[in-house]
Design a protein around this ligand. Structure first.
Ligand code: HEC
Length: 122
């Protein structure tokens, strides 16, 4: 009998637990929905990351806090620091500038936007 009494006392608490759990599942599936878009753009950022390491790191550093004044600019956070805009950056990548060679005939527009996505993210 004592056990049954305990059961009925824990009953409502468990029901609340289940409700909270269901609310949590609903909440995270909503997040998951929004996350779909993020997965796409993070795939693009990943591609940009790979491209950057294939084509750009030979000249460009991308480490925070490296302010070596000579050579190609450090591109760490370059678009977030607002030194140049994303569209200016894609122009530079497409057509080159000063010592920087043009990439417009070597990579696609999609790859350029992957690179921009990567530069915007880091
Ligand atoms: C051969 C060396 C070299 C390579 C490879 C190179 N860059 Fe550059 N990049 C430079 C130099 C040098 C500059 C500075 C140009 C100037 O003085 O106007 C520059 C400038 C830039 C700028 C403008 C930065 C600013 O602050 O204005 C961006 C963005 C950029 N590069 C992106 C890239 C990306 C993305 C790649 C790879 C696809 C790449 N670069 C590959 C040498 C290079």
């Amino acid at each position: 009998m004592r056990n049954v009494g305990q059961m009925s006392r824990f009953g409502p608490a468990m029901a609340r637990g289940v409700l909270i759990w269901m609310a949590g599942v609903a909440f995270f599936s909503v997040l998951g929905f929004g996350g779909d878009k993020n997965t796409q753009s993070s795939a693009s950022i990943k591609r940009g990351d790979l491209l950057f390491h294939q084509l750009c790191v030979s000249c460009h550093n991308k480490q925070p806090g490296d302010d070596y004044p000579f050579g190609p600019p450090n591109l760490y956070d370059v678009l977030r620091r607002k030194e140049i805009t994303s569209s200016q950056a894609s122009e530079v990548i497409r057509h080159g500038r000063a010592q920087m060679p043009p990439f417009g005939s070597r990579i696609t527009d999609g790859q350029i936007s992957d690179l921009i996505g990567y530069l915007e993210a880091h």
